[in-house]
Design a protein around this ligand. Structure first.
Ligand code: DGJ
Length: 726
C-alpha cells in the first residue's frame, strides 16, 4: 500500500514512484508536514517536527503547555489563522461571533483504495482503483465547530500527489469561509527559485524564475478565470536545478477561476506554499450541516529538473485528467475559418475552403465566430444562438451537408458565457448579465458576462445550444471566452451569499460544459479564451485541447509553447499554421506540429509551392501523431536561455523513436553546432531516417551531433527523425 499509518509514531507515510511524503500527528494533535521529496525509508522523523527553542514571541497554548513547541515554528500542515501560526494561513473562518480565529487539530483518518474528487468540480481520476490510494485526515476546530477533511491521493506509478480539502459546518450557527486552500505544503528550506508563467493576450505563459527571499512571493488571478496573466502553475526549484538536473517541486491547480499561489518564507528560512481559490473576492457562507469542497491541487516532485517535472505532469494529464473519446483516439485534422475570413463568410466561401482542404487531406472544417444572430462583427448577438440565414441561406443543414458530402467533418464556435447588449436575449432579460445594483457595467469587446451562477440562464443557453447540436451533425465545438469578470454580482445572490459569485460562476461553467460533454461524448471540444487565457487543468478535464494563443506567428509561438509545455502535454496545445508572415510554411508546420496541429488560413490562397509543403505536413502529422501526442518531451534549448535558436525532442515511451525539431529565431554565424540529444536508450543504435546514418544512443546523448549542415537562417527550421535499427 503506498499509504501507511505507522501507529507507534503517529506517522503517515505516502510513497509513490520515487517520492515520499511524511506527516505526523504531533503535540496537541497538531498535524505536521515533516517531509516531501525523494523516496526515503521508514525512519524516526521526530527531529523534523519542531525546533528546540522558541522565543517569547512564539506562543503555545494549553493543549501543548508552555515549552518548546509552538505553532509559530512548527511545520503545520494546514494552519488556521490567528492562533499562534503567523505565516500565511491555509484556512480562515469568520465565525458567528465576528472573529476569524481558526485552529484545526487531528481527529481521525482513513486510508482508501482509489480516489475521490471534489463535488461538481473537475479533478484527476483513476479508472483502475488499484492505480492509486487515498488518505483522508479529519480535523476539527473546537470553537467554530468546523470539521475539515484533507484528502491526499498518491498515484503509484507517478511522482505525484493530489490534494483537496472539504469543510463542514458541524455547529448550530452559520459561519463564513474567508479562505480555504486546496493544499498547503511545508519545506524546511528557502534556497529555492520561484518559477511561474506570466503572460498577456497574444503572449501567454512566459517562464519567469526568481530567487525566493524572506517574505512572500505570489501569483494570482482576480479576473474570474485563470487568465492570460498568470497560469495556475508554480514551481519551487532548488537553487541550481536546471532543465535536466536538480530538485523541483511543481504545483498546478485544477481550477479555471480566480486563484492564488503564495510561497511564504518565515524567519527561520522555511517555506510554506499555499494554493487555492483566491481569497480576494471570496466569502462562502456555510449554514449548519453544509459542506464546501476546494478545487484539487496537483503536486509533482522531480529530481530530474524541470524536464522531469513536466513529463510527470504530462503523463498524469494524459492518463488521469483528460477524458472522453479523443483522449486516445486520433483527432481529426482541422482547418478553422477565423484567420481565413473573420466575420466575412457565407456558405459558398466556407464550402470553397472545404473543397481545397479536402485536396490537402484535412479532415474537418471549423466555422468560427459569426454564424449566429446578426453577428457581422463583434458588436452584437452573443446569446442569440440561432443561425444567421443571411450568411448561411437555408440554414446550417445545407452547409453541413455540402461539407460532409466532401468527406469532411464539421465544427462550430460558441461563446456561451457571454451576452451582447445588442442581442434579443439581453433585450428580453437585462438582468441576465453579471452586474451590481447602482453601478454601470464595464464593457469589453462590446460584451457583458452572462450570469453563469443562475440555473435558469444556463438552461436557456443549453436549450439554444442543444437545439443546434441535436439537429445537425456537429463533430467539434470550440468554446470561447473573450473577457474577464467585472461588477461580479448576480440578481439572485444577495448578502450573505453575494461574494460567492466568482466561484459560483466557475461552478456554473463546469456544469454547462459537463452537460455538453455528457450529452455529446463524441464531440471534440476545444477550449479557448482569446487564445490561451484559460489554459488550465480544469478546462482540460472537459476538453482534450485548448487553443494556446491567438498569436500564430511561428517565432512568437515558440515561447508560448515552451512555457505551456512546462505542465501541459503537446496533445493539449491548440496550434495552427496560418498566413502569418515571418517564416515560411516549413517552419510554421514544424512549430504547429508541437501541438494539436491544424490550419487557420484560406487554403485557396496557397501557392502551388506552399501547397506541396502543406501536403507533406499532413503526411507528417499522421506519421508523427503517436510520437508527439503520447511521447515524452525533452526541451533542448529554450527561448529564454538562447536568443538564437529553440529545439525540442519527442521520444517514444519505448525509446525506439525520436523526433528532434530545431528553429532558428535569429541567424548568427557560428561554424559548429553540437547538439546533445536527450532521453534515448544509450545501448540502442538509432538510424537517422533521412540519411541512413547510424548512431548509438550513447553517442547522440553524450558527444552529440554537429548539426551545422542543417538550415540555420533566420526563421528556418528542420527536423531529424531517429528510429531504432532493426
Ligand atoms: C478569440 C479566439 O481566440 C479566436 O480564435 C477566435 O475564435 C475569436 N475569439 C472569435 O471571436
Amino acid at each position: 500500500m503506498p499509504i501507511r499509518f505507522i501507529e507507534e509514531k503517529k506517522l503517515f507515510k505516502l510513497d509513490a514512484a520515487g517520492v515520499s511524503y511524511v506527516l505526523s500527528v504531533g503535540p496537541g494533535n497538531y498535524l505536521l508536514g515533516l517531509y516531501w521529496g525523494a523516496a526515503v525509508p521508514d525512519a524516526n522523523f521526530d527531529g523534523y517536527a519542531f525546533r528546540d527553542y522558541a522565543s517569547s514571541f512564539s506562543p503555545s497554548n494549553e493543549a501543548v503547555g508552555e515549552g518548546p513547541f509552538s505553532p509559530d515554528t512548527a511545520p503545520l500542515e494546514y494552519a488556521g489563522f490567528g492562533t499562534g501560526d503567523f505565516r500565511k494561513c491555509a484556512v480562515s473562518i469568520r465565525n458567528a461571533d465576528g472573529n476569524d480565529a481558526t485552529d484545526f487539530r487531528y481527529v481521525a483518518h482513513r486510508i482508501l483504495a482509489g480516489k475521490g474528487k471534489p463535488a461538481s468540480m473537475p479533478a484527476t481520476h483513476a479508472e483502475n482503483p488499484a492505480d492509486c490510494a487515498t488518505l483522508e485526515i479529519d480535523m476539527a476546530d473546537g470553537t467554530t465547530g468546523a470539521e475539515l477533511t484533507l484528502c491526499y491521493t498518491v498515484f503509484e506509478d507517478l511522482p505525484v500527489i493530489t490534494r483537496y480539502a472539504r469543510l463542514k459546518n458541524a455547529s448550530d450557527r452559520a459561519f463564513d469561509i474567508e479562505k480555504i486552500s486546496s493544499a498547503s505544503v511545508q519545506l524546511p528550506f528557502m534556497d529555492f527559485d520561484f518559477i511561474h508563467l506570466y503572460g498577456r493576450w497574444g503572449a501567454e505563459r512566459n517562464m519567469v524564475r526568481s530567487p525566493l527571499a524572506h517574505g512572500q512571493q505570489s501569483i494570482s488571478s482576480t479576473r474570474g478565470s485563470s487568465s492570460h496573466y498568470h497560469n495556475p502553475f508554480a514551481a519551487l526549484a532548488k537553487r541550481g536545478a536546471d532543465e535536466d538536473r536538480g530538485e523541483v517541486y511543481g504545483f498546478n491547480l485544477v481550477y479555471s477561476g480566480s486563484f492564488d499561489i503564495t510561497a511564504d518564507v518565515d524567519y527561520y528560512g522555511t517555506t510554506r506554499l499555499n494554493m487555492g481559490i483566491n481569497p480576494d473576492g471570496f466569502l462562502w457562507h456555510l449554514e449548519p450541516g453544509e459542506v464546501f469542497e476546494t478545487p484539487e491541487a496537483v503536486l509533482v516532485y522531480s529530481d530530474e529538473g524541470l524536464g522531469g517535472m513536466s513529463r510527470a505532469f504530462h503523463r498524469l494529464y494524459l492518463n488521469h485528467l483528460i477524458r472522453g473519446k479523443y483522449r486516445h483516439e486520433v483527432r481529426p485534422l482541422l482547418i478553422n475559418s477565423w484567420e481565413a475570413a473573420f466575420f466575412d463568410f457565407d456558405t459558398d466561401k466556407l464550402v470553397s475552403f472545404a473543397e481545397r482542404a479536402k485536396e490537402i487531406g484535412i479532415d474537418m472544417l471549423v466555422m468560427d465566430d459569426g454564424w449566429f444572430g446578426r453577428r457581422n462583427d463583434d458588436r452584437s448577438s452573443l446569446g442569440d444562438w440561432w443561425v444567421n440565414e443571411d450568411k448561411l441561406p437555408g440554414g446550417l443543414g445545407v452547409l453541413i451537408d455540402r461539407v460532409n458530402a466532401l468527406g469532411l467533418k464539421f465544427g462550430i464556435w460558441y461563446e456561451p458565457e457571454m451576452i451582447s447588449p445588442d442581442s434579443d436575449i439581453f433585450r428580453a432579460h437585462p438582468d441576465w448579465c453579471l452586474h451590481v445594483p447602482g453601478r454601470p457595467n464595464s464593457i469589453a469587446r462590446h460584451q457583458y458576462v452572462i450570469d453563469m451562477s443562475r440555473q435558469d440562464v444556463r438552461d436557456n443557453i443549453w436549450e439554444q445550444m442543444n437545439a443546434v447540436l441535436s439537429k445537425y451533425k456537429i463533430d467539434y465545438v470550440k468554446w470561447d471566452f473573450n473577457r474577464n469578470l467585472t461588477e461580479a454580482g448576480s440578481a439572485l445572490l444577495s448578502a450573505p451569499h453575494g461574494e460567492e459569485i466568482f466561484h459560483r460562476f466557475v461552478l456554473g461553467t463546469y456544469e454547462l460544459m459537463g452537460r455538453l460533454t455528457d450529452t455529446y461524448p463524441d464531440i471534440l471540444l476545444e477550449n479557448c479564451s482569446g487564445g490561451g487565457g484559460r489554459f488550465d487543468p480544469g478546462m482540460l478535464y472537459f476538453s482534450p485541447q485548448i487553443w494556446a494563443s491567438d498569436n500564430t506567428d511561428a517565432i512568437e509561438r515558440l515561447a508560448i509553447q515552451f512555457g505551456t509545455s512546462l505542465c501541459y502535454p503537446a496533445s493539449t496545445m491548440g496550434a495552427h499554421v496560418s498566413m502569418s508572415r515571418r517564416t515560411g510554411f516549413e517552419t510554421k508546420g514544424n512549430v504547429a506540429m508541437w501541438g494539436t496541429f491544424g490550419y487557420e488560413l484560406d487554403p485557396n490562397r496557397l501557392t502551388e509551392k506552399d501547397l506541396e509543403i502543406v501536403k507533406k505536413q499532413v503526411e507528417d502529422y499522421h506519421k508523427y501523431y503517436e510520437l508527439i501526442h503520447y511521447g515524452d518531451l525533452y526541451r533542448i534549448t529554450d527561448p529564454w536561455d538562447d536568443a538564437f535558436r529553440c529545439a525540442w525532442e519527442f521520444v517514444s515511451p519505448d525509446k525506439r523513436e525520436a523526433l528532434y525539431t530545431q528553429v532558428t529565431m535569429r541567424y548568427h554565424h557560428c561554424p559548429t553546432l553540437i547538439v546533445r540529444f536527450k532521453g534515448l536508450d544509450p545501448r540502442t543504435v538509432y538510424v537517422l531516417e533521412a540519411t541512413g546514418e547510424e548512431y548509438s544512443g550513447a553517442l547522440l546523448m553524450n558527444a552529440g551531433l554537429n548539426l551545422s549542415r542543417y538550415p540555420r537562417g533566420t526563421g528556418e527550421s528542420f527536423t531529424l527523425h531517429f528510429i531504432k535499427k532493426g
